[in-house]
Design a protein around this ligand. Structure first.
Ligand SMILES: Cc1ncc(COP(=O)(O)O)c(C=O)c1O
Length: 422
């Protein structure tokens, strides 16, 4: 007798069941639907010809190296490029502190693999990045959450309470939050680094969008504040760069939003012992990130191209953000609220309590427009009156039409909720 496949899977698969949201979003897969649901960069900005030239050059000049296995840590020139780029943001890394990953998503999985035992708690913002929840659920993490407001993670008693629950680490998205669109204030960055040190709880800083700031002042990454704390500690005893030994922050970023997500290239910056553990974990995952992709990416970015290209992305996305905000003002009822991101790809809309945006999505899809219901970003699930909108991947015409449609759907839902007797 053959055992059915459904009885063969490992227990961890229970935590990986396909989400309701994913099923709902399948509905959006019709060409007439204007989708603000995906987290996609604008495809018309992909530097296709530049990548084509770089790929040809790599194959002609270093083909046998590019098509061969390589080291798990990553292509050294690319790691050195990242070191140089990170130093602009004050991040004090050396190549030994940098590991190339197959996208930041792999870095999140790797962090789960090296840090989470079944039942361990992980502190996240609420809402938080869905992909992190998916990665860490597989390692049987329990989540303790702290809400977000317009200045990012709320650093009040709720944070201290969550820290007292003894999480294994905190997961923070400081810049242009996915899905919240908000940015963590400087004061709160300092506080998070301080409590991380005081409670002995490491911080995972996920920063895919930091380079996509449209306006306002750059704020120091948590890693930089942590390195300053350690320099201060070590000052006078002759030690410097304590971060490389004792740093409490693991920083993640990616080329997905500045170059192309299809290359699957991200990186981790961490103290060397942590990088060594990640290397061990990565060997079991994919041995190394594609040598060819790393070499092509290096060829594309190394001579100043990335700066010019990121300037272009920022300009286009900030125009789309402005247009989406204008459309929200024009078409949405006054009871709706939304965030005003200073960069990134997303904004977050909140409707009055009692409206479940997971129920609103099928109605929106009937009107040929889509978003991601807030429920997806809450570790505990449950109804949410919020939803996420992506402004980077739709054209201005689509934003105008789609937001008009969505405004009608929202106005109708509010009308109906008022009509229901209490
Ligand atoms: C917060 C956050 N972390 C990680 C990722 C994964 O990015 P990558 O394409 O580098 O795997 C994303 C992608 O949208 C993201 O928004």
């Amino acid at each position: 007798m053959t055992t059915p496949w459904s009885q063969r899977y490992a227990q961890r698969m229970q935590w990986m069941s396909s989400s309701v949201i994913r099923e709902l979003l399948k509905l959006t897969d019709r060409p007439e639907v204007i989708s603000f649901a995906g987290g996609l960069p604008a495809p018309e900005l992909f530097p296709i010809e530049t990548v084509e030239r770089a790929a040809t050059k790599v194959l002609r000049e270093q083909g046998s190296r590019a098509l061969q296995y390589s080291t798990t840590e990553g292509y050294r020139p690319l790691r050195e490029f990242i070191v140089e780029r990170m130093s602009r943001y004050g991040i004090p890394a050396r190549a030994e502190n940098v590991l190339i990953t197959s996208g930041s998503q792999q870095a999140l999985d790797m962090i789960g693999k090296i840090l989470i035992n079944p039942g361990d708690r992980v502190l996240t913002e609420e809402p938080t990045y869905l992909g992190a929840l998916q990665a860490w659920r597989a390692y049987q993490a329990d989540f303790v959450t702290v809400p977000l407001d317009d200045d990012g993670l709320c650093c009040d008693d709720r944070l201290e309470e969550a820290l007292c629950a003894g999480p294994k680490f905190m997961y923070v998205l400081p810049n242009f939050h996915n899905p919240g669109g908000v940015t963590l204030s400087l004061e709160r960055r300092k506080r998070i680094v301080e409590v991380g040190d005081r409670y002995g709880i490491p911080i995972i800083e996920d920063d895919p969008y930091g380079q996509l700031r449209f306006e306002g002042d750059h704020l120091p990454p948590l890693l930089v504040l942590d390195a300053e704390r350690l320099n201060h500690r070590d000052h006078g005893n002759g030690n410097s760069n304590g971060y490389f030994r004792d740093g409490n922050v693991i920083y993640l970023s990616t080329f997905s939003k500045t170059l192309a997500p299809g290359l699957r290239l991200g990186w981790i910056v961490a103290p060397e012992p942590v990088i060594q553990r990640c290397v061990m974990a990565k060997q079991g995952m994919d041995l190394h990130t594609s040598t060819f992709d790393q070499m092509v990416a290096y060829e594309v970015v190394h001579d100043g191209f990335l700066d010019e290209h990121v300037r272009k992305i920022r300009r286009v996305y900030s125009e789309r953000r402005d247009l989406m905000l204008e459309m929200l003002e024009r078409h949405f009822p006054p009871e709706a609220r939304w965030t005003r991101p200073q960069g990134g790809l997303f904004l977050w809309v909140t409707l009055p309590e009692g409206i479940d945006t997971a129920e609103l999505l099928p109605v929106a899809v009937e009107h040929n427009v889509a978003f991601v219901p807030g429920m997806a970003f809450h570790p505990g699930g449950g109804p949410s009156s919020s939803f996420r909108l992506n402004f980077s991947s739709s054209t201005p015409e689509q934003i105008e039409t789609g937001m008009r449609r969505l405004g009608e759907v929202v106005a109708e839902a509010l009308e109906q909720s008022r009509a229901v007797p209490a």
